[in-house]
Design a protein around this ligand. Structure first.
Ligand code: CTP
Ligand SMILES: C[C@](O)(CO)[C@H](O)COP(=O)(O)O
Length: 249
């Protein structure tokens, strides 16, 4: 079999309206670095070959100078302009990733992704063509009607909360997005696996990510991300210290 190139599309073209800050949330600093830095670092250190960064038109220069060049990310091959909706930004990324066999799509606003999670979703994509990370839900979930009354309580054992990265065979996800764009469908597109489900009847493999891999969306998420990143720093520093003292881990 020939070489199968893997490209990551990292999304950073949102406005972060729910966060309500002047600076879009992906550029907010947590523990001294931008949220987007942590996502890019994980992919830079992962098994992917190349990264396409999708940013707002007005932020492309900033991303190039203040993030990619400043931190020396070698795998970022292109910075391109995103679109109005998340699915427009994904589609722009897919068109720019036209020479790969597999594509991983990740929210730049999920800084807790790790190279291990990235490997797991890529394995799933290679086997099943469509794969997403997520975690089994811990709370009971209710379905409500328009008046706020609960109408159903789905069986919790089969419910997952869905994260990114999501991974795909490139032709599959490109075709799913193309079919969606060809019609005028009144569906709320909240992730990419659903387009493969609806338009190609291609079901996604669910693989476990990590409960800490949150999407920084509203102000209270900043404190959670900060705590998770601190915990990770402490654990890495402890391990480095042990290695320095000759302990084999
Ligand atoms: N038109 C868009 C919308 C979203 N995103 C990206 O998709 C990810 C997940 O989206 P979300 O959390 O909804 O971000 P925003 O759209 O920025 O948030 P909000 O809905 O609060 O404005 C983020 O990394 C965001 O930058 C994007 O690239 N292009
Ligand atoms: C794709 C996603 O991260 C899965 O949880 C999420 O649905 C994106 O959220 P958005 O608020 O619609 O951008």
């Amino acid at each position: 079999m020939g070489y199968e190139k893997v490209t990551a599309v990292i999304l950073a073209a949102g406005q972060g309206k729910r966060m309500g800050t002047d600076v879009p949330k992906q550029y907010l600093r947590i523990r001294g670095h931008e949220v987007l830095y942590y996502s890019l670092k994980a992919f830079e250190e992962s098994c992917v070959d190349e990264i396409i960064l999708v940013a707002g038109e007005q932020d492309m220069e900033y991303c190039q100078r203040q993030i990619v060049e400043k931190y020396g990310f070698q795998k970022v091959a292109k910075i391109i302009s995103g679109g109005q909706e998340r699915y427009d930004s994904v589609y722009a990324g897919l068109l720019a990733a036209d020479d790969c066999s597999y594509v991983l799509i990740h929210d730049g606003a999920r800084p807790m992704v790790t190279p291990e999670i990235i490997s797991r979703v890529l394995d799933g994509a290679m086997t099943y063509d469509s794969c997403t990370t997520g975690m089994p839900v811990k709370d009971t979930i209710k379905i409500s009607d328009e008046s706020g009354m609960a109408v159903d309580t789905p069986e919790r054992g089969s419910l997952w909360t869905i994260h990114t990265p999501q991974g795909f065979s490139y032709p599959v996800i490109l075709e799913a997005h193309r079919r969606f764009r060809q019609g005028s469908y009144r569906i709320s597109v909240t992730d990419d696996t659903m387009l493969a489900e609806i338009f190609l009847r291609k079901r996604a493999k669910l693989v476990e990510g990590d409960y800490r891999n949150i999407k920084v969306t509203t102000p209270e998420d900043i404190a959670a991300a900060e705590a998770f990143l601190r915990e990770r720093d402490v654990s890495e520093n402890t391990q480095a210290g042990l290695r320095q003292n000759g302990v084999v881990l």
